[in-house]
Write a protein that binds this ligand. Sequence first.
Ligand code: 5GP
Length: 348
Amino acid sequence: MRIEEDIKLGFKDVLIRPKRSTLKSRSQVDLIRSFSFKHSSSFWSGIPIIAANMDTIGTFRMVQSLSTFNILTAVHKYYSFQEWKSFINSSSQDVLNHVIVSIGTSNADFLKIKKIFSLSSDLKFICIDVANGYSEHVVSFLKSVRFFFPDKIICTGNVVTGEMVEELILAGADIVKVGIGPGSVCTTRVKTGVGYPQLSAIIECADAAHGLGGQIISDGGCTVSGDIAKAFGGGADFVMLGGMLSGHNECEGEIIEEKSKKYMLFYGMSSISAMNRYTGHIARYRASEGKTVKIPFRGSIDATIRDILGGLRSSCTYVGAEKLKELTKRTTFIRVTEQENCIFNTFK
Ligand code: 5GP
């Protein structure tokens, strides 16, 4: 047994120090980033925020809405081939440019993505969706996917340490998904005692990935747009959101009405709700590592996205970053013991 003494930080432990800025207005900030990749020769340009590949969030309707903002959606892995076919046939090229196709690591999953990708060459991204990216099985599956799709942009994870980021990039990943346990409906840290504070995971993993010409996605733990700014400030190339996008028209959660108020169910992909839905039972050898929550229904996602993007532009303005790409090098984090003043929150 060994103890690492240096403190690992989460979003709540820091704030971004303001810096002198020549920007006059938030409207001058450019949130678009353009990427080339380690293995794939494709390019992608857009706002590097991703709707999470959870079955209530990473939906075809989410793709339709978020693509209008130039934002990506990691479409969940439970749509059938037929559903993919009708979605692809009814979508124009620009919409497909904002789709990440998620898959599991079984032979059946591999066959399914081969069929999905044969439907359109406009699909660029594959996400190998696994909770634990430390498994050797993930590495060998990734190698096979890279061999079959030499030119697609492949992301996989989830990991939280530099050495595993390097292994995944060397095995064929362009982008590594970073985050174990920070998610809004995740109970992994409670159930297993395993995890890593998200901001430190981002800083350490971005360093490892960038050294090899790869990129990272910060996955999970953002609760407000300030957290998204901190994730980008820490070095994340992309930021994935679940909970912040939940409860909207574009989600596929069950709607419940209580005392004439509408709510939507949102649950973790390892929760009892998800396991019951997709396997019909909880395997005897495993425990749920996710929760189910009921959140107020919020209507269309547009206002939420505008609020997030406005917050992010404002963060950039405060540190003088004209482009989102500059945010990392203009970020100095200060360690703090306070965040929001909550005195009036109970009156909301
Ligand atoms: P959020 O943005 O809601 O904080 O985090 C979203 C991320 O939480 C997802 O992209 C995924 O990585 C993770 N996640 C989703 N469902 C579960 C779950 O049931 N258990 C765990 N451990 N993580 C989950």
